[in-house]
Design a binder for this molecule. Structure first.
Ligand code: ASP
Length: 458
């Protein structure tokens, strides 16, 4: 049995949905289908989820948002028409959507936003199920509450509850094709809560783990995961096989093909994930597995992400001061900040944070508190940093990878703000100024993936 998830661009129009249904019907093992909300039809288009969020925010502010509302209905009506669904089938679906959007009484704004946001996936799942039925398939829309996809009550950031796996296991027994909306679950009390953005990947992974699928196929709009951002390098190397750990590191640092939280359920249940292309379904795609058969490549991929900052603290004899690190991190905890990395020396430590989390007010308070409470010699904050990550299981067995990387970066005149090798040795991280990040990625790609170094265009 396969669990198959289709992303927003795969469902952006009736034409795309027809392709999706062809893929489903091509393989009798594709029994559980998870759908996103319709995404962008072209670069200038707006995702239905973004339309819904805009709608909800405006509705909360002004009591109505007619422009956004009609844009949402237009998208779904166009799809229903393109699929040739008759009005007696689509009317009840549109009526449900109407009901969600016109909440008479809003108890809590976050609750309302989550309900509206989820309507994209929910409506899409109903239409796909109806279309499959119109083709003569036995297909049914399944609501996450009815199926027992229970989650924690954290608006926009739901976490699956262990009991959900037991509940969802029985989806195995349903006959025909189950069409399940991604992106949201319910608290056991019946309140709808969404996962973080891009969270339909998470739904698919939970379902795959719960029904013990033999593979979780994740259909998107690229042939595979690439070794580097394809916007930076033309025809980058495709990754055929990658481990969960490598994928986790790459999706953390800028690879957006697969949601980083979505790996956990599949990983824990040992289910391979196959990233595939709806527009080229016969291409093998990328397999995410527990162990790679081939370690021919030392490095699997190079990723980067912007928007970091570092809090640098130094104090003479820091290494001998018991509890220094804990007290520093406790100040951050009390300010509600989670940190990303903590490279350190004997008398200094840097804490790397996401820039958006460290507001100017928080920065001021933290600097004052660290100065006073920890009596440090020096503290400073540097913003506009980027992280560049080279990722590969093969690095553990090979000597000299960091030397090759730093030499390549030196040749490209990239100044390194910090270096951090994760203790798992699956990744090596370089902190650089944002202005240098693309040059750094190209230099590393040339070093590890080009047979002959090429002269970078940037
Ligand atoms: N539609 C949701 C989003 O845009 C979830 C998803 O597509 O996975 O974030």
């Amino acid at each position: 049995m396969k669990v198959v998830k289709f992303g927003g661009t795969s469902l952006a129009s009736a034409e795309q949905i027809k392709k999706v249904c062809r893929i489903i019907r091509d393989d009798a093992d594709r029994r559980i289908v998870v759908v996103s909300a319709p995404g962008k039809r072209d670069k200038a288009d707006t995702k239905v989820t973004d339309l819904l969020i805009r709608y909800a925010e405006r509705y909360l502010d002004e009591g109505a948002a007619e422009h956004e509302k009609s844009a949402i209905f237009r998208r779904f009506e166009e799809i229903a028409e393109g699929l040739g669904l008759s009005p007696d089938i689509t009317e009840p679906i549109m009526a449900d959507l109407h009901e969600v959007l016109s909440a008479r009484k809003v108890e809590s704004p976050t609750r309302f936003i989550d309900m509206v946001k989820a309507a994209g996936e929910d409506t899409c799942a109903k239409l796909v199920a109806q279309y499959l039925q119109s083709l003569g398939e036995e297909a049914q829309y399944v609501n996450p509450y009815e199926a027992g996809l229970y989650v924690s009550d954290e608006a926009g950031n739901a976490q699956v509850l262990p009991v959900a796996y037991e509940n969802l296991h029985s989806l195995r027994e349903r006959s025909g094709i189950v069409v399940f909306p991604g992106f949201f679950g319910y608290t056991p009390e019946g309140m709808l809560v969404t996962f973080s953005r891009g969270g339909s990947d998470i739904t698919g992974s939970i379902l795959a783990a719960a029904v013990k699928a033999h593979v979780y196929e994740n259909f998107t709009d690229v042939d595979s995961v690439y070794a580097v951002n394809p916007n930076l390098v033309e025809n980058p190397k495709e990754i055929r096989e990658i481990t969960y750990r490598e994928m986790r590191e790459l999706s953390y640092s800028g690879f957006s093909v697969f949601h980083d939280e979505a790996l956990i359920p599949a990983y824990e249940a040992g289910i391979p994930v196959n990233i595939k292309n709806t527009n080229n379904p016969t291409a093998p795609g990328t397999m995410i597995v527990a162990e790679r058969k081939s370690h021919k490549n030392i490095v699997s991929g190079i990723a980067s992400d912007r928007g970091f900052c570092s809090l640098y603290v130094s104090k003479y004899l820091m290494n001998r001061e018991i509890g220094f690190g804990r007290r520093l991190l406790q100040i951050l905890e009390e300010e509600g900040l989670s940190y990303e990395h903590t490279p350190s020396g004997i008398d200094n430590i840097s804490v790397i944070l996401r820039e958006t989390a460290l507001t100017v007010e928080k920065e001021k308070r933290i600097v004052e508190r660290v100065r006073e409470e920890l009596a440090v010699d020096d503290i400073s904050v540097e913003r506009q940093l980027a992280l560049v990550m080279i990722v590969g299981e093969g690095m553990r067995q090979s000597v000299g990878t960091s030397a090759r990387a730093t030499l390549a970066l030196a040749r490209a005149q990239v100044n390194l703000e910090m270096i951090n090798q994760g203790s798992s040795e699956v990744s090596m991280m370089f902190g650089v100024k944002e202005v240098d990040v693309d040059r750094a990625v190209l230099a590393l790609y040339d070093e590890f993936f080009q047979p002959e170094p090429v002269v970078s265009q940037r």
